[in-house]
Design a protein around this ligand. Structure first.
Ligand SMILES: Nc1nc2c(ncn2[C@@H]2O[C@H](COP(=O)(O)OP(=O)(O)O)[C@@H](O)[C@H]2O)c(=O)[nH]1
Ligand SMILES: [Mg+2]
Length: 390
C-alpha cells in the first residue's frame, strides 16, 4: 500500500519548551485498531530521519532536558507498574517530586557544611581560622539519620509494588485450599476430602486494605513416600522461606505430623472448621482467628488481621514518603555509609582536606538518586526497563 489516505487523524502540536520532553512534539491521534496503527508507523518510519522510539526514550529526553529529575522519571515506570491503590499513591508522590524535595533538604544542609569547611580550608594558610570538623558532627548525624529514615521505608515500599507474599501452610486437609478459594473470591484451587490433593503451589491475587497481596496455596506438609507430593512439600518449604506473612492453618480433624518453624516471619494462626466442634471446644483454642470456610464465620476477621499485619510493616519518612526502588535504596545505603565515613573521620581527627573530600563524596552519591551525578550506564539501565512509548 502506498502512502494513500487510510484514516482521518487529529494532529496536536506541542511547541518547545513547554512540551513534556521540552522539545517540539507532535501527537497523531488515529482511530483505534491494529491495522491503522501499524500502517501509520510503517509510513512514518519510511521517512528520512524518522525512527521508532527506544524504550523510555520520551522520559529520558524529559530528564536530559531537565524537565524532571531522575526520581520523577523512575516514578513514571512506578506509575505504570502500580497494581494497587497504595502502590499508585506511592508512585504519585514520587511523580510530584516527593523524593526530590526530601533529598534537596539533605543536600542543602550538606552543602552548607561543605561550603563552611572549604571556606575555612581556603583561609587556613593565613591562620585566619582553624578548621574544626568536630563542630559539624551533629549536622552530619542528622543528615545520615534522615537518609536512613527514608531507606527504612524500602521494605514496605518494595512490597507495595510487588505485593505481600502471604503463604498458607499447615497439615493436609486442614482447609488451606478452601481458605485460598474463599479469600480469592472464586474456586481456583481444587478442594477434596482426600489428603494430598494440592501437590503444587498455586498463586492468587487479592487486595487487602488497598494493598496487593499474592496468596500462595501450598501442598500440606506431611511425611510421605510419594515423590511428586514430596516435590510439592519442598516447594511449600521454599515459599515459607520467601513469605512476608504466614497463615498457619489447623483444623480439629487434621493431624499435625510435621511442625513448622516460620522463623521471624509474622504468623497468623488460624483454626479452621469451627463448625465441626462445639463453642466450648473452640473457646479453648489459642489461634489468632477461628474460622469456618463452610459457614463463612470469621473470614472478615481474618481479612482484618491480615490488614493489621500488613500495616504493621508500614514505615514512612516525612510527608508520608516511601521508596520502592532497589536502586534508590542501595544508593541511600551508600550515602549513609559515606556519612558514617565522615563521622568516623571526625573521631579519628582526620585531616580537614580528607574530611572535605568525604563530604564531597557523600554529596556525589546523593546526586545519583536525583540524576545529577548518575553514571551513564546506570541511566541506560533504568530507561531500558521502560516500555516503548513512555
Ligand atoms: N466442615 C468443614 N469442612 C471444611 C472446612 N474447610 C474445608 N473443609 C473440608 O476439608 C477438606 C479438605 O479441604 P482442603 O481445602 O482441600 O484442605 P487442604 O488439604 O488443607 O488444602 C475438604 O473436604 C473441605 O471441603 C470447614 O470450614 N468446615
Ligand atoms: Mg490443598
Amino acid at each position: 500500500m502506498g502512502a494513500g489516505i487510510f484514516d482521518d487523524a487529529v494532529v496536536t502540536y506541542f511547541p518547545a519548551p513547554n512540551s513534556a520532553t521540552g522539545e517540539d512534539v507532535v501527537e497523531i491521534s488515529v482511530h483505534g485498531g491494529e491495522f491503522i496503527q501499524q500502517e501509520l508507523l510503517r509510513v512514518l518510519a519510511n521517512q528520512d530521519s524518522v525512527r521508532l522510539a527506544e524504550p523510555g526514550e520520551f522520559t529520558l529526553r524529559s530528564f536530559l532536558n531537565e524537565k524532571i529529575d531522575l526520581s520523577r522519571a523512575e516514578a513514571v515506570a512506578e506509575t505504570i507498574n502500580a497494581q494497587s491503590a497504595a502502590a499508585h499513591q506511592l508512585a504519585q508522590d514520587h511523580l510530584h517530586g516527593g523524593i526530590r524535595r526530601y533529598l534537596d533538604q539533605i543536600k542543602h544542609d550538606l552543602l552548607l557544611i561543605i561550603s563552611f569547611v572549604e571556606a575555612e580550608l581556603d583561609f587556613s594558610d593565613q591562620e585566619i581560622s582553624r578548621v574544626k570538623p568536630e563542630k559539624h558532627l551533629d549536622q552530619i548525624q542528622s543528615i545520615k539519620r534522615r537518609a536512613e529514615t527514608l531507606l527504612s521505608t524500602y521494605f514496605y515500599g518494595q512490597r507495595l509494588m510487588d505485593g505481600f507474599r502471604v503463604v498458607l501452610i499447615g497439615p493436609t486437609n486442614a482447609g488451606k485450599s478452601s481458605i485460598f478459594n474463599v479469600l480469592c473470591g472464586f474456586d481456583r484451587a481444587i478442594v477434596t476430602e482426600y489428603p494430598g490433593t494440592t501437590r503444587d503451589t498455586i498463586e492468587g491475587e487479592l487486595s487487602i486494605a488497598g494493598h496487593r497481596v499474592i496468596l500462595i496455596d501450598t501442598a500440606g506438609i506431611r511425611a510421605v513416600n510419594d515423590p511428586i507430593e514430596n516435590i510439592g512439600i519442598d516447594r511449600s518449604l521454599l515459599e515459607l522461606d520467601r513469605a512476608d506473612i504466614v497463615l498457619s492453618i489447623h483444623a480439629p480433624d487434621a493431624q499435625v505430623d510435621m511442625p513448622l518453624f516460620p522463623g521471624k516471619t509474622p504468623v497468623i494462626s488460624i483454626f479452621n472448621k469451627s463448625d465441626l466442634i462445639s463453642d466450648q471446644a473452640t473457646a479453648k483454642t489459642t489461634a489468632d482467628v477461628i474460622i469456618s470456610c463452610k459457614t463463612g464465620s470469621g473470614i472478615d476477621l481474618l481479612r482484618q488481621k491480615l490488614a493489621e499485619k500488613i500495616l504493621l510493616s508500614r514505615t514512612m519518612a516525612d510527608g508520608g514518603l516511601i521508596i520502592a526502588s532497589q536502586r534508590q535504596a542501595d544508593t541511600l545505603q551508600r550515602f549513609s555509609d559515606a556519612c558514617l565515613a565522615a563521622e568516623t573521620g571526625i573521631f579519628s581527627k582526620i585531616e580537614p582536606e580528607y574530611f572535605a573530600s568525604d563530604l564531597r563524596n557523600a554529596l556525589s552519591i546523593l546526586g545519583e538518586i536525583t540524576g545529577e551525578t548518575t553514571p551513564d550506564d546506570i541511566l541506560n539501565e533504568i530507561f531500558s526497563t521502560f516500555c516503548i512509548g513512555k
